[in-house]
Design a protein around this ligand. Structure first.
Ligand code: FAD
Length: 395
């Protein structure tokens, strides 16, 4: 399906995004964080400014510079907004855009692009999130459509969403034969149980929802049953790209503010930045940011050229997640007690970036994904090793 809108240059898109975000005040963000929910109208306002149409108009992969722009610009303002916008755009709109085939899907896609419908993603369950083969939510085919039963936990932006894209196992199939279903949250049998108090990204709520004998029309199934794992993996690569851009924004903000502090703060009568250990710590962080930023642009270039990028983005998220944790921690340290208080944003950036090492593929899961490549034969190095081993004799 297509998202009809003019195709912006990345620069124009950023300008439009900044305009759309310019009305959001720090006081509004502080209030969202205090109550732990993002008002639905915030994403609706971005939609009204064609932020989602602009991302999807060039297509899934060609539009990924807009994914990065959306992540960077919204994360500058509020990490919770960035997380909610990412789920709505990359999973909900992404799923409908790619897999929608019917009039029902087309109407829902249009509602999502216009902000009348807001989507979130439900994969994780109380018994676990990393092991998708262990998913217990079950979909049973009926003459009228589908019968859904189960429970999803840690669903981001559940409070503001109208729909959830739920991962389910089709009854009678193999454990890994999953399917994606679009479920309206006001549908009979769907119940939002409540929300969890989270360490960071507090403006975006994270909740639990159950499906109790939910009867869905046939169109609720996205794509083909049994393909849910492959679909979720593809959609998650866009989410991971967005997460990398969000994290690097927090790193950039942390280094910038800490360098300003180190130039101004006097310790023993000299600026903190005159201490070599401080200067080198900030310089190392700056160098690591530059390398990670270049790697992000490289993944974007691969994606835009319609080359596969799932493996590269998994590896990048692994590295950038650790980098963001370390750099925000180091910057908080250089701010001393102020960094630990809510009067400065260091403690918020430090808390916020921690999520990325768990959500969107935990570090250990991504490490396994990278490690899986090590088992593949490599003609060049296998042949080189043959040569070294053949010449390995005492002389
Ligand atoms: C704030 C927040 C927002 C979230 N938003 C969403 C959302 O919108 N939608 C959604 O579906 N989920 C969401 N999640 C859930 C998140 O995706 C899961 O927490 C994550 O997938 C890990 O699942 P788990 O917490 O059940 O941990 P488990 O799967 O129980 O894993 C526990 C630990 O074991 C490790 N582990 C797992 N497998 C292996 C392995 N093979 N080898 C070594 N170690 C392993 C994990 O990395 C982790 O460290 C969110 C979580 C949080 C905290």
């Amino acid at each position: 399906m297509t998202a009809t809108a003019g195709i912006d240059s990345e620069l124009d898109y950023r300008r439009r995004l900044r305009d759309a975000l310019s009305g959001i005040t720090p006081a509004a963000v502080a209030e969202w964080e205090r109550v732990g929910h993002l008002p639905r109208r915030v994403l609706a306002d971005l939609a009204a400014a064609d932020v989602f149409r602009g991302r999807w108009a060039p297509g899934a992969q060609v539009g990924i510079p807009m994914v990065v722009a959306m992540a960077e610009e919204s994360a500058e303002i509020c990490s919770g907004l960035a997380l909610a916008a990412m789920g709505h755009s990359e999973i909900f709109i992404g799923g409908l855009h790619w897999l929608g085939t019917t009039e029902w899907h087309r109407t829902l896609l249009d509602d999502a692009l216009a902000g009348r419908a807001i989507g979130c993603f439900g994969s994780t369950e109380p018994q676990g999130g990393s092991d998708l083969a262990g998913i217990r939510t079950t979909a049973t085919r009926t003459p009228e459509g589908w019968h859904l039963r189960g429970r999803k936990r840690y669903v981001s932006n559940l409070g503001a969403a109208t729909h959830v894209v739920a991962v389910a196992r089709v009854e009678g199939s193999q454990a890994r034969d999953l399917a994606l279903f679009v479920v309206p949250l006001d549908h009979a049998g769907v119940r939002v149980h409540g929300f969890f108090e989270a360490t960071g990204v507090r403006a975006c709520d994270v909740g639990e929802v159950s499906f109790d004998e939910v009867l869905l029309p046939p169109e609720a199934l996205l794509g083909t049953e049994g393909m849910g794992l492959a679909y979720a993996s593809r959609l998650l690569q866009f989410e991971r790209l967005s997460i990398c851009a969000q994290l690097l924004t927090a790193v950039r903000q942390s280094i910038g503010l800490t360098a300003a502090h180190a130039r101004r703060r006097l310790v023993g009568g000299v600026p903190l930045l005159d201490k070599q250990v401080v200067r080198h710590r900030l310089a190392t962080a700056t160098a690591r940011l530059g390398v990670a930023d270049a790697a992000l642009r490289d993944v974007v270039a691969r994606g835009t050229a319609k080359l596969p990028f799932a493996h590269q983005v998994a590896a990048l998220k692994l590295v950038v997640g650790e980098l963001a944790s370390e750099v925000t921690d180091g910057c908080l340290q250089l701010f001393g007690a102020r960094g630990y208080t809510g009067n400065f944003p260091l403690e918020r950036w430090w808390r916020d970036v921690r999520l990325a090492r768990i959500g969107g593929g935990a570090d250990e899961v991504l490490t396994e994904a990278v490690a899986s490549r090590l088992r593949l034969p490599d003609a060049r190095f296998d042949a080189a090793l043959d040569r070294y081993e053949a010449a390995d004799i005492a002389r």
